[in-house]
Design a protein around this ligand. Structure first.
Ligand code: NDP
Length: 345
């Protein structure tokens, strides 16, 4: 079988491709530039037989028909769409940077597959917990986020960059579901969305750590805290999951189009904060004793239990038939990769 993976250069996209190649699937990935495609192929050639991997260039997922040429050039069986803007920084126009490509990217892939790839059985799209989370219930432990929960926010609620990203994921999911519903009678494929919470865990290639964005950037930041930095370390606190599990859920889902049509698959293995990351660093890496702040682990645990979203995503695990790594293992493996990488420099 042949699988198209958009966002092949991404943190999650790379793990998805790795797992597909591991299972002997053929993969075509999309990258934004030839330079990025070449670098990625060189990396993959060190761990896989890359006769099963080809990369195609889609410079802008927002352009109408962006994926049509790629879809015409191959006979795909499955599609995983991960590409979406996620890097944070000096963005001139939040709507143009986040929302437009996120929404148009989903519409272009769903429409392109409808029109040019009738052999595709299933399209799995990477959405986010952002599209599930109800901000006003963030700390309400009596409100359980499940696969049925929807983020109620509108564009008018967006005040800063992170919220623009959150909104982009919700808008993209809404647009995707509308497309699937409006085209129900014509579509030959099934549609499923995957909603990871903060994704942590090792990069497939350690070299990516140098330019890591998103959740990996947060870990890198915490790793650089001076040991005398004062807490509390609850500035970033939410739900998290492992990149390898997120990739596995995309891949497992792919092969069950009928059972998972229109499903929302949500992943969280636990609650995290900067404090809980420090706890793992301090307890699991005794060789670095004194290198990181200790903060207040007890207060931090209480904060997580009372101030971050309650959730029950057991339906996803039942549907997909897999279990998740513990968050401690995820954070340990991520930090370990970072330390090994630093040592090798
Ligand atoms: P990365 O930034 O590593 O990957 C994002 C991918 O999307 C890259 O391949 C990137 O290409 C591509 N991309 C970004 N913006 C555009 C654009 N405007 N046009 C075309 N391609 C674009 O992040 P992740 O791997 O973590 O993200 C993958 C998906 O997972 C995204 O949909 C994200 O929203 C979702 N997600 C991520 C979470 C996390 O914590 N990391 C949590 C929940 C959901 P390039 O390499 O050229 O920049």
């Amino acid at each position: 079988s042949l699988v198209l993976v958009t966002g092949a250069t991404g943190y999650i996209g790379q793990h998805i491709i790795d797992q597909l190649l591991e299972r002997n699937f053929k993969v075509v990935g999309t990258a934004r530039s030839q330079a990025k495609a070449d670098a990625l192929l060189a990396n993959f050639s060190r761990i896989h037989d890359i006769t099963n991997l080809a990369l195609e260039i889609v410079p802008d997922i927002e352009t109408a028909g962006a994926f049509n040429e790629v879809l015409k050039n191959h006979r795909f069986d499955y599609v995983i769409h991960t590409a979406s803007p996620i890097s944070f920084g000096a963005v001139a126009d939040l709507y143009d940077f986040y929302v437009k490509p996120a929404v148009a990217g989903c519409e272009n892939i769903l429409q392109g597959v409808r029109d040019f790839a009738p052999s595709v059985k299933h399209v799995v799209v990477t959405s986010s917990f952002a599209s599930v989370m109800r901000a006003e219930e963030f700390s309400n432990q009596a409100f359980i986020h499940t696969e049925e929960t929807w983020n109620p926010m509108d564009w008018s609620d967006v005040k800063e960059e992170f919220e623009a990203y959150i909104y982009s994921k919700k808008a993209a999911e809404l647009a995707s579901r509308k497309f699937v519903e409006d085209n129900q009678s014509e579509l030959k494929y099934k549609y499923t969305s995957v909603h990871p919470s903060y994704v942590f865990g090792p990069h497939l290639f350690a070299s990516s750590l140098a330019s890591a964005s998103g959740s990996s950037e947060l870990l890198n930041r915490i790793l650089s805290y001076p040991p005398d930095k004062e807490g509390p370390f609850n500035d970033v606190a939410s739900l998290a999951c492992d990149v390898r599990d997120v990739a596995l859920i995309h891949v497992e889902a792919l092969f069950h189009p009928e059972e998972l049509h229109n499903a929302r698959l949500c992943t969280a293995s636990g609650k995290f904060s900067s404090q809980s990351i420090l706890d793992v660093l301090n307890s699991r890496f005794p060789e670095f004793k004194g290198k990181f702040p200790v903060g207040n682990p007890i207060e931090g645990k209480h904060y997580l239990e009372t101030q971050t979203p309650a959730f029950d995503f057991s339906k996803t695990l039942e549907l997909v038939g897999c279990s998740l790594r513990s968050l401690e293992e995820t954070l340990y493996d991520a930090a370990k990769q970072y330390f090994d990488f630093e040592k090798a420099l």
